[in-house]
Design a protein around this ligand. Structure first.
Ligand code: T5A
Length: 214
């Protein structure tokens, strides 16, 4: 992990419609209720530069090369890490992020076909090597996630308009994800079951587990 202080960095990941935003919001509320200082962020977004990059990456009405798309997501992440995430961690806060590096590996590498090693190097440059303490990967089949988005009347962005084969490669990449702090949760379960499972993992990486909160 890149040098930082005593905060805790939690990331929620997964394919479209998996329930990431719902879970990230809930974790923010629950952690606050436990008396911990929390910052919740979504990616791409969260600073003026990152919001501008988000608009181009997701809403731009013209074709763009996979590499151009990669650097838009990483420009957004670099600014968010520098201006929001690292300062919060250095102040000892809990940061809950809706998406982080795994999204780039799933969408731009597995989905769009960019070379994994080059992208990993670019990510390290963007984040200074910051690694989450916990990455909760929510697992839903592509059709379930898309049905949830339709039910929520979400307007499709550039990435969501990619075909099913792209989204299956994204899902497979998430399913293969391993490493320190990476846990997988079946997100076809009820919201409550997903929250309970995630909360057990969050307690394990925060001081809450030793305070006996359940
Ligand atoms: N992207 C992003 C890249 O390509 N590379 C990158 O590096 C990064 C960071 C972001 C897009 O950018 C791409 C990936 C994305 O295409 P976005 O709109 O910010 O787009 O985020 P999405 O992840 O696409 O947002 P979604 O809203 O589609 O998915 P969520 O957040 O996973 O789902 P959520 O929580 O909004 O829930 C969707 C619906 O399902 C319900 C909710 O109530 C809601 O109605 N729901 C459940 N229903 C039943 N059971 C459950 N367990 C449920 N949990 C939630």
């Amino acid at each position: 992990m890149g040098a930082r202080d005593s905060g805790v960095f939690v990331v929620v990941e997964g394919p479209e419609g998996a329930g990431k935003s719902t879970l990230a919001r809930w974790l923010g509320v629950r952690l606050t209720a436990e008396g911990l200082p929390v910052v919740t962020v979504r990616q791409p977004g969260g600073t003026p530069v990152a919001e501008a990059a988000r608009k181009v990456a997701l809403r731009f009405p013209h074709e763009m090369s996979p590499a151009a798309e990669l650097f838009l997501f990483l420009a957004a992440r670099a600014d968010l890490v520098f201006r929001v995430i690292r300062p919060a961690l250095e102040a000892g806060q809990v940061v809950v992020a809706d998406r982080f590096d795994l999204s780039t590996l799933a969408y731009q590498v597995a989905g769009a076909g960019l070379p994994a090693d080059d992208v990993a190097r670019a990510i390290r440059l963007a984040t200074g090597g910051l690694v989450p303490d916990l990455t909760v990967v929510l697992d839903v089949p592509v059709d379930v996630g898309r049905a949830r988005q339709r039910a929520a009347r979400k307007v499709q962005d550039r990435i969501e308009r990619q075909d099913d084969a792209f989204h299956r490669r994204v899902l497979d990449a998430y399913r293969r994800a391993t490493g320190p702090g990476v846990v997988h949760i079946d997100a076809t379960q009820s919201k409550k079951a997903v929250q309970d499972a995630a909360w057990r993992e969050v307690m394990a990486v925060t001081a809450l587990s030793t305070r006996g909160v359940s």
